[in-house]
Write a protein that binds this ligand. Structure first.
Ligand code: T4K
Length: 378
């Protein structure tokens, strides 16, 4: 019996490819780690990365974690939330799992057609006397309507914890996305626009909650002879922090390259009937181009998303269906009776195809992918 994920040995163009820093820059840090013999448990590189991250994100407190998921799960625990949490099902498994693993109940709100983020006009009708928080997702790095969410949360006394897994480096006007809500979790997985191999971080404002999260990430240990909380092990190690320190230096340059790729797709699909790309809810957004979703309307094109997916795969182009199925349709949730009617999310999830995008993707390859899709749909 084999356990674990199939290792993908196919040749072709994949949905993403990690950006790696110049080898020598990483080796410099490896030398430090070797000399010091401190490999993990909030070592000096972890601390340096924490400081650089806070500065980059424009927040006072920001805690690295072993991955984005544990950051989110432990943040919900640190805020001691118990009850219903309003969220969206158009997301990765992690968002809903983090809620359910805290023994809270997800309530599914529909999303906006334009950008797949939570539809703020539908939040209030879902609030009950059990509602304790909203966990919105800045999906594809497109910001939710943060001002409206803040207004609703303040009016009803709810916490707001953003799943900002995709949104590292995004700004609304001059303000960094990490400064909204009570907390924001970012993923630094290898597939993200900014990565630390595996990893993530949580930006938050309340010093006491931050202390609690810090302790929860290290088994709830308060001192050598004192353990006060039912924590987990969610520490970022020194090798991951080193990758983060290197990648942070090249982040802007990588985003510029992603922008070029994104805009090439955008111009190629501009006049293609039945194919749409999402657009942010306001004009003053600094984007990170973390994903390249397109929505294929079968009624207009005559071909479905699945047809295009299969055709591309046949030609060694490996797109993904982020996010299909909706988390509310997962085996583990489908029959739980969680509240929420999400027809727009359902339709988008049937139509979405995320195409390859990464910093080093050559524009000739983008043209090749676009030619394939355009010719197939015509
Ligand atoms: N919230 C949201 C909204 C999220 O999207 C995620 C993660 C989280 C929370 C949780 O954050 P983390 O705990 O993961 O930090 C991937 C990622 O594993 C996951 O981080 C991400 N979202 C999700 C959307 O995508 P898979 O299972 O689709 O990845 P995988 O292994 O199929 O990789 C995709 C492609 O990337 C491969 O076909 C090839 C390429 N690749 C991948 C890896 C790992 C590489 O070229 N090199 C690599 O090292 O989940």
């Amino acid at each position: 019996m084999s356990i674990g994920k199939f290792v993908d040995n196919r040749k072709g163009i994949f949905v993403t490819k990690p950006s790696l820093p110049p080898f020598d820059e990483y080796v410099e840090y490896l030398r430090e780690i070797w000399d010091r013999g401190i490999l993990t448990n909030m070592g000096p590189l972890h601390e340096k990365f924490r400081e650089n991250l806070s500065e980059f994100l424009g927040v006072d407190i920001c805690l690295p974690s072993c991955n984005g998921h544990m950051g989110l799960e432990l943040t919900i625990q640190a805020f001691e939330l118990q009850g219903e949490i309003i969220t969206t099902p158009y997301t990765f498994a992690s968002t809903t799992h983090a809620i359910v693993r805290n023994r809270c109940t997800p309530v599914f709100c529909d999303v906006r057609e334009e950008d797949c983020t939570i539809d703020t006009e539908k939040i209030e009708e879902l609030i009950s006397d059990k509602t304790v928080a909203i966990v919105p997702v800045h999906v594809y790095g497109l910001p939710c309507n943060v001002d409206e969410i803040e207004r609703i949360a303040t009016k009803h006394g709810l916490r707001v914890i953003y799943d900002a897994a995709h949104a590292f480096g995004v700004k609304i006007g001059e303000r960094g996305i990490a400064s909204y809500g009570d907390a924001s979790m970012f993923s630094f997985h290898a597939t993200k626009a900014f990565h630390t191999i595996e990893g993530g971080c949580v930006a938050l404002r309340d010093v006491k909650k931050a202390m609690r999260l810090y302790q929860l990430e290290n088994f709830g240990i308060m001192g050598e002879e004192q353990v006060s909380f039912t924590g987990a092990n969610a520490k970022m190690n020194e090798f991951e922090a080193a990758m983060g320190l290197c990648n942070l230096l090249h982040f802007s340059e990588n985003i510029e390259k992603r922008k070029r790729v994104y805009e090439r797709y955008e111009s190629r699909f501009a006049d293609l009937d039945g194919v749409r790309m999402p657009s942010p809810y306001r004009d003053d957004i600094t984007r990170n181009y973390s994903y390249l979703p397109i929505f294929i309307d079968k009624d207009v094109c005559g071909m479905s998303r699945d047809d295009v997916y299969a055709y591309l795969a046949l030609n060694n182009i490996y797109s993904r269906k982020y996010f299909y199925p909706l988390t509310s349709q997962f085996d583990c949730y489908r029959d739980k009776g969680y509240r929420g009617d999400t027809p727009i999310a359902e339709r988008l999830s049937e139509q979405v195809l995320t195409l390859p995008i990464y910093a080093d993707l050559e524009l000739e390859k983008v043209d090749h992918i676009c030619d394939m899709i355009i010719n197939f749909l015509k």
